[in-house]
Design a protein around this ligand. Structure first.
Ligand code: SAH
Length: 381
């Protein structure tokens, strides 16, 4: 509910409060349903109005006389128009604030010793809260719950709404608590997830958006921030926090030893959002510069040629025996890991649940552990 108020200068806060309470009571409306107060810019410094909003933690909006004059209202007044430049303050402000045509209490005038006021109430379709909304962009790690950070878990428990790709939500399902709204969706619905999360956070809810691994590495964090920016986000409302997670390349590396001890990079082979020509350029540059490389999104049912091209490219720049790691569903129940070489790379093994790590010139394997030397001089026995 939005309460539109017009009042005489200097009216006491208690009088305004009584007027609002009585108006609501008459219609059986709860004070707890009030989103805020709305009035005319002329009243921006009206102490009673500001105090009343502060008393209940309500938002308070002020509209210019010109804006209010444009709003059709049931009870316009010539007298008011002459006094403040719009034929309605209370009704017009309530309707403007609620962005509706649904006025549920038309203007009522009340007289007090400290002055007179008008109160009108409109019902908004859009839920509002005086609380600042919160968006947590959470990385849940590669799979098993013990690979998730404590900070991410805490945010997840505090969230009122959890939004994510259904498969990732399934992985963290034991962490959900009673009373949370869980909204899972299909893998391709990233944009819808981002928009939904922002809309709910703007209504004052605490919303967690879940990505696997790290939210800022081929995850939802960037998309949500982009959408916020496009909506003219002020940086403060809603509050936004990115909570890091263990990304797939770290998880895979940990399982096989220490392949990333020298400079490395990640390249996604998915050409859904990046043209293949760009991906190819990056592959060439990485291969030529002897980066240890992690290939994300290496091969889907439809996209089978990218990994073949990448393989050929690396063979041109690195020895056949260069260690390659195929790591599938790391830290999940179905985890499978294969240590192999560039020469023996098995394409059929690779799918969208796999990450491919390719060593640099110096990477070697000892006792099934992949080691990329950092460069220390180590005496041998
Ligand atoms: N935000 C995620 C990456 C999403 S892109 C992260 O930081 O890890 C999806 C790709 O990540 C998959 O195609 C796969 O290549 C890789 N990936 C994600 N989780 C994985 C896991 N548990 N095991 C192996 N690869 C994984």
């Amino acid at each position: 509910l939005w309460i539109g108020i017009g009042c005489e200068r200097g009216i006491a806060v208690d009088s305004l409060e009584q007027a609002v309470r009585e108006s609501l009571q008459q219609q059986g409306l709860a004070l707890a349903s009030v989103a805020g107060l709305a009035s005319i810019e002329l009243k921006q410094d009206e102490a009673g109005l500001l105090d009343l909003a502060a008393r209940y933690g309500w938002k308070i909006l002020f509209f210019s006389a010109a804006e209010l004059a444009l709003q059709p209202v049931p009870n316009p007044s010539d007298q008011v128009a002459v006094a403040v430049g719009t034929p309605s303050v209370a009704e017009a402000a309530a309707l403007r604030a609620a962005q509706t045509k649904d006025l549920i209490i038309p203007k009522q005038i009340r007289y007090f010793e400290s002055g007179a006021c008008t109160v009108a109430v409109a019902r908004s379709q859009q839920e509002t809260s005086s609380r600042l909304g919160q968006l947590w962009l959470i990385g849940t790690g590669p799979g098993s719950l013990d690979q998730m950070t404590v900070a991410a878990r805490t945010a997840l428990v505090q969230a009122e709404v959890v939004i994510g790709y259904q498969l990732y939500l399934d992985l963290i399902q034991p962490l959900f608590r009673v009373g949370q709204v869980i909204e899972g969706s299909a893998i391709t619905q990233e944009m819808q997830r981002a928009e939904r999360a922002i809309t709910l956070a703007q209504q004052g809810l605490r919303v967690a958006v879940v990505s696997s691994g790290d939210a800022g590495i081929y995850g939802m964090a960037g998309l949500v921030l982009e959408c916020l920016a496009r909506r003219g986000w002020d940086g403060a409302d809603p509050q936004v926090e990115v909570l890091p997670g263990i990304t797939a390349l770290q998880a895979a590396a940990a399982r096989v030893g220490a392949p990333f001890m020298q400079d490395f990079c990640a390249i996604s082979l998915s050409d859904l959002l990046t043209p293949w020509s760009v991906i190819q350029q990056r592959l060439e540059a990485a291969a030529a510069a002897d980066f240890v490389v992690a290939l994300y999104n290496p091969r889907s049912q439809k996209r089978t040629q990218g990994i073949v091209a990448a393989h050929q490219l690396f063979l041109q720049h690195r020895p056949k025996e260069t260690p390659v790691v195929l790591a599938r569903s790391v830290y999940r129940e179905e985890e499978k890991i294969l240590l192999t070489t560039l020469a023996d790379l098995q394409m059929n093994w690779i799918d969208m649940l796999t990450i491919v790590l390719i060593g640099n010139h110096k990477t070697w394997i000892h006792q099934n552990r992949v080691i990329t030397p950092r460069g220390y001089q180590i005496p041998t026995e």
